[in-house]
Design a binder for this molecule. Structure first.
Ligand code: NDP
Ligand code: OXD
Length: 308
């Protein structure tokens, strides 16, 4: 078996090859660019030139959960399936990220950070009436499903929204665009874990933000393209949004002159909500390729028509 490993923009190829070898020392590994004819490519944003030089590929393993970038490049020939990573150690990180955002908002941490800068001592907790926000999770797949379950286990009221109906213990679930207004109207914190597709691009905009209770908090770890940034800034200015924790952006790195950087109610993180853990990812890649070679149907096959 010959595996080609490629990455655009990240220096991860040698590390992936080392880790894959530990799991499957009998296979051969090549770093792109290589004309050695390979059976599979493990890649992040593989260029069209790779497919032109590798006509024997049987599948592409996307080295990440999101496939918007690889689909947008349009480089993968239609007959080659794209298989994505599923969880692979990322869902727990996503849950931690979301819980951080929820607690930041619920426990007034923005106010206390500002007070500390002024050495100002003032309590803002409503002692007699500790209120736990209702958290709404958009996307109930590998990431969102785990986030919703962990938040519910932590004692929050949780609601979830997805394309098809999901049943999750202790989570009130909604399905389809028609249910979006009623889903959003109960979310004190909105956590987006959606994939970026034609149906979800620009979904968080002035209209949808207006359905949220006033002062709601937004956590976006899906993709920057879900937000209409001007509408998010306007909602922050008007108080419709009380704050936001944002990990993903239309343009990454976030341009230096973007208003999110200096907004007092926005926390910016550089696409770190969940990084791909190399050990889990490589174990999953070897398991998926081995299963395909045994003639089994693997999970995580992307439907390019739906976009995830
Ligand atoms: P999944 O494919 O497992 O889950 C996607 C979920 O979104 C599903 O529940 C799906 O519904 C739902 N969904 C898709 N389209 C719609 C729609 N139009 N309306 C309502 N619901 C919709 O993906 P993952 O959970 O693995 O990953 C989600 C995204 O998280 C990735 O695509 C990526 O963009 C982002 N990500 C970000 C990272 C970061 O560090 N910031 C790291 C990893 C991922 P249904 O269940 O009905 O199919
Ligand atoms: C991913 C990501 O999609 O890192 O895996 O965003």
């Amino acid at each position: 078996m010959k595996i080609l490993v490629q990455s655009t923009g990240l220096d991860i190829v040698p590390g992936i090859i080392t880790e894959l070898k530990k799991h499957q020392p009998d296979w051969q590994y090549f770093a792109w660019p290589s004309d050695e004819q390979c059976d599979y490519v493990v890649g992040w944003k593989p260029p069209a030139a790779l497919f032109a030089r590798q006509p024997k590929l049987r599948a592409v393993i996307n080295y990440g959960a999101g496939v918007d970038a690889i689909l947008a490049m349009g480089a993968v020939p239609a007959h080659i399936p794209i298989i994505r990573l599923e969880d692979a150690g990322m869902a727990q990180q996503m849950a931690e990220y979301a819980i951080y955002g929820v607690i930041h908002h619920q426990r007034n941490m923005r106010i206390y950070r500002a007070q500390q800068r002024d050495k100002h001592w003032q309590q803002h907790e409503d002692r007699g009436n500790v209120r736990r926000p209702t958290v709404g999770v958009m996307g109930l797949g590998e990431m969102g499903g785990t986030v919703a379950t962990r938040l519910a286990a932590f004692g929050y009221s949780v609601r979830g929204w997805s394309r098809s109906k999901h049943e999750i213990d202790d989570v009130l679930t909604f399905a389809g665009h028609d249910t979006l207004p009623s889903f959003l109207s109960g979310c004190d914190v909105l956590v987006s874990m959606l994939p970026l597709t034609e149906s979800t691009r620009g979904l968080i905009n002035a209209t949808t933000l207006a359905y949220l209770p006033r002062g709601a908090f937004l956590v976006n770890a899906g993709r920057g393209g879900h937000l209409v940034d001007a509408d998010v800034i306007a909602a922050l200015e008007s108080g419709q949004l009380g704050g936001a924790l944002l990990d993903v952006f239309h343009e990454e790195p976030l341009p230096k002159d973007h208003p999110y950087w200096l907004h007092p109610n926005v926390i910016v993180t550089p696409h770190i909500a969940a990084t791909t853990p190399i050990k889990d990812a490589c174990a999953q890649i070897v398991a998926k390729v081995s299963a395909i070679e045994r003639g089994e149907v693997v999970s995580g096959i992307v439907d390019p028509n739906v976009g995830y």
